[in-house]
Ligand binder design. Sequence first.
Ligand code: UDP
Length: 327
Amino acid sequence: MILITGGAGYIGGHCAIHFLERGKEIVIFDNLENGHIETINALKNIGNLHFVKGDLRDIDDIKSVFKQYDIDAVIHFAGYIQVEESVKNPSKYYKNNILGTLNLLDSMIENNVKNIVFSSTCAVYGEPEYTPLDEKHKKNPLNPYGRTKLMIENILDDYEIAYGLKSVKLRYFNVAGADSKTRTGEWHDPETHLIPNILKSVFEKDNIFKIFGTDYDTFDGTCIRDYVNVEDMAKAHMKAYLYLKEHQKSDVFNIGTEQGNSVKEVFDTAKSVTGKDIKVKLEPRRDGDAAKLFADASKAKKILDWHSEKTLEESIKTAYLWEKSRH
Ligand code: UDP
């Protein structure tokens, strides 16, 4: 059985669907602080799903999962993800992301579970010295959120040396889109991400979409990001899991499309996909945004045989259908 921490959240939920649809028995462990019980309910009929409400900060919560279920691998999504909040409240981030992960890893070792796929982020690189970013790029995260992810990557390597734990770390670029059957999608509160914010403004008339920064050193002045589809992302986790099972080897991979799109391009694509004339306000830069981030994902292609398949249009289309279903 596979344990998915944070499986009631955005990426974890899509990953759970992917695993269930491929006949894997899974147990989702989630404290439902940012995850949603509705996601668990939507997944119930897909396959062999168990759910435990619990918090990684409480070692007894996670230990009991290993006692109750015969776990053979872990996909670890659970953690706080908001950059701005991490700057204001680092204690919250270090306690949950670091201590929570240590509790998880120690429970794994105690139960002789030695395979883990970990959700890392391109935020571990910090301000890029070159693009596309490959895995060898210098790691210099700009905020506590990114630092927790890099620390966990290092902890995983130390646990390999000491206890033989094998890990695949996936460094996500910008994840976008929703389940193609609209069973789940992106649902954060507050929402800070670009695509859901554009789409929300279609349904909530007082919610005018804002572009943060039009004076970046890019071709149209807005930031460039790499938007990888969430179902493609789920596939990457399956490939990583199978790689661990087959090779018992640790590694780290960028997961992105290798294509950069500017905020204005995403906005224009959203207008054409929805057929709506979406209002926009131009605002100053948001703190801590790098001008340009996109992946060199050739290592994932070569070693995991994973590559991004869905286009930005497809991601925006499924995200729009999901947003519509919520309103
Ligand atoms: N962005 C924006 N308006 C929004 C949300 C985001 O202009 O309402 C911009 C943000 O400044 C960044 C890009 O969109 O340049 C992607 O931001 P997001 O928060 O989605 O992901 P990040 O790259 O910060 O992880």
